[in-house]
Write a protein that binds this ligand. Structure first.
Ligand SMILES: NC(=O)c1ccc[n+]([C@@H]2O[C@H](COP(=O)([O-])OP(=O)(O)OC[C@H]3O[C@@H](n4cnc5c(N)ncnc54)[C@H](OP(=O)(O)O)[C@@H]3O)[C@@H](O)[C@H]2O)c1
Length: 316
């Protein structure tokens, strides 16, 4: 234990960080140990991680001093922000900045920053194909993450920039599962036309992150994208049909319609899908399943994920 390198994991009780903590703890002969960061060390999830062998420490990404304490003495850190907890890109940028500063202060040797594209590099605010949101963003929950990349670079933090993909868990938790239409048939609704969407099982992000840490310095300073598969809406619907044993259709709506669906963040997510649709070649090219599999040999395909999770998808 003493000679193992400590990885401080932000969001340890959540999807991405939780995947990494479990991957580290399962890798008994590996060279790393997990320090799980949580705002509440007494929560059920935090206690469960401690029981599995993680060191559980209190930290809040809105509190720089707590991050400095939590990163102290660690070899590396996995950094992620929680846009959907507050819907504020400015707050997300500040949180990423706090993590970068804490990493610098602690002298960490390797940070993985779970980021996404600043879509304004592809779709400037003057481009009217999609509306500008919150006065200065196209895809707020992407743009601030991408904008924050430079903070890690400018501070000289040895960072791997990890581009993640759409979680299949969104079919369970994010209201994106199949829903019955007026015709009584189940359908998934996506504004992707016939373009491919890179997707991944959320826990595989953490497994890939462990793969990156295991490669030592190889990916420091690099941007690495991961996906389990690239799938069209039609392919996702076909896989769901097979797994659920009832027909699921693909309802391809235009982004203009998706943006008006009225759920919190619908405009942001509508713009996000439009970005993925309009820049399919770049977006898929940046997220190579073969790279992800090289980091995580147990990488799941949609069929594998469905076989394990289909009963958790609510069918309204
Ligand atoms: N859904 C997708 O398809 C998708 C795809 C790519 C990227 N993303 C991005 O993933 C990010 C979220 O990551 P996730 O899905 O792993 O999150 P998650 O599962 O929602 O986990 C959130 C965890 O973060 C912790 N947390 C929340 N606020 C915190 C704070 N102020 N300080 C410290 N910890 C805090 C909470 O832990 P405690 O309560 O224990 O503190 C919670 O367990 C978002 O920014 C999103 O844009 C999502």
């Amino acid at each position: 234990m003493a000679d193992k390198k400590i990885i401080a994991v932000v969001g340890a009780t959540g999807a991405q960080g939780g995947g990494l903590v479990h991957a580290i703890l399962s890798d008994k002969s590996g060279g790393f140990t997990a320090r799980a960061l949580t705002r509440d060390v007494k929560s059920d999830k935090a206690r469960a991680l401690a029981k599995l062998g993680a060191e559980v420490v209190a930290a809040d990404v809105d509190d720089l001093e707590s991050l400095k304490r939590a990163f102290a003495g660690a070899y590396g850190a996995f950094c992620v922000t929680f846009f959907w907890a507050h819907f504020s890109p400015e707050k997300e940028f500040a949180e990423a900045t706090a993590m970068a500063k804490a990493a610098k202060h602690a002298g960490l040797q390797h940070v993985i920053w779970s980021t996404l594209e600043d879509t304004r590099q592809w779709v400037p605010l003057s481009d009217n194909r999609m509306p500008t949101l919150m006065a200065k963003y196209k895809v707020p929950h992407f743009d601030a993450k991408g904008e924050a990349n430079r903070v890690f670079t400018d501070l000289g933090v040895p960072t791997t920039f990890l581009l993640t993909s759409f979680y299949w868990e969104n079919l369970i938790y994010f209201g994106m599962g199949p829903k019955k239409g007026p015709d009584g048939k189940l359908a998934i609704t996506l504004p992707m036309g016939d373009k491919k969407l890179p997707c991944i099982a959320a826990e595989d992000i953490g497994k890939c992150a462990l793969g990156i840490f295991k490669k030592g310095r190889e990916y420091i300073g690099k941007t690495l994208g991961i996906a389990g598969e690239h799938l069209t809406g039609t392919q996702m619907a076909a896989a769901l049909t097979k797994a659920l044993g009832q027909e699921v259709r693909y309802n391809a709506v235009p982004p203009e319609v998706y943006r008006t669906l009225g759920f919190p963040g619908a405009e942001d997510i509508g713009n996000m899908f439009q970005f993925k649709r309009d820049f399919e070649s770049y977006f898929c090219g940046a997220r190579n399943p073969a790279v992800a599999r090289s980091l995580n040999p147990s990488l799941q395909t949609f069929d594998t994920w469905l076989a394990r999770n289909k009963s958790r998808i609510p069918l309204a």
